[in-house]
Design a protein. Sequence first.
Length: 247
Amino acid sequence: MLFRRFDYLDALRGLAILWMTAYHLCFDLNHFGYLQENFYSNPFWTWQRTAIVTLFLFTAGLGQSVAFDQHQTWARFWLRWFQVAGAALLVSAGSYAMYPESFIYFGVLHGMAVMLVLVRLTAGWGRWLWLLGSAAIALKFMASGAHALWPALDFLNDKTLNWLGLISRKPVTEDYVPLVPWLGVVWLGMAAGNWMLRARPQWLVAHSTPAPRAISALATLGRWSLSYYLLHQPVLMGLLTVLSFLK
């Protein structure tokens, strides 16, 4: 069964990829000593990371809305899911090789693998998705207050449970995308996608043929987002390693 592509949706994902690449290039330049920045506490970088992850997960929700609307089978869903889960394991292995003390054990791909299943199971909940998404985000702030009131909740900071996101302190890891609040972003993306498909389909698909060149280029990039995600950091790090060696 062939599925219709949505140019603007793919282009939005492609835009997120370009932004992510620029961010990671700066991160890698800092790692090699070409920059002197604190990517873990400087708001200029931490807020960018938040914005990039938000855009990625929101488009993931939009994509699930389109897939559900086009009657994607569970078999096709699981095929894509295993690709995401397998990529998450590769990220863990690669990050452990570089940062054994802060390797990625529940980053964006790990979180997405869990979130995709939950979003798929709730895909038919209609307008309730708006409430679910808002509640998941609000739960993040409620959890912070709950920890202050009940210190016994500190067990939620343990690595075996902190992937839920109900924490009072961020774990030491290079990438951390727990269910709370990020599942809320995916739910809101799906809710927005459901509304767009009914009321504003032109926001998702380019009606001009061919699509504008910039949109077409970004859309092509967005359709290969997982492969690009896995390859871009090794390529950037490899190029900077060669540059450092030549210097």
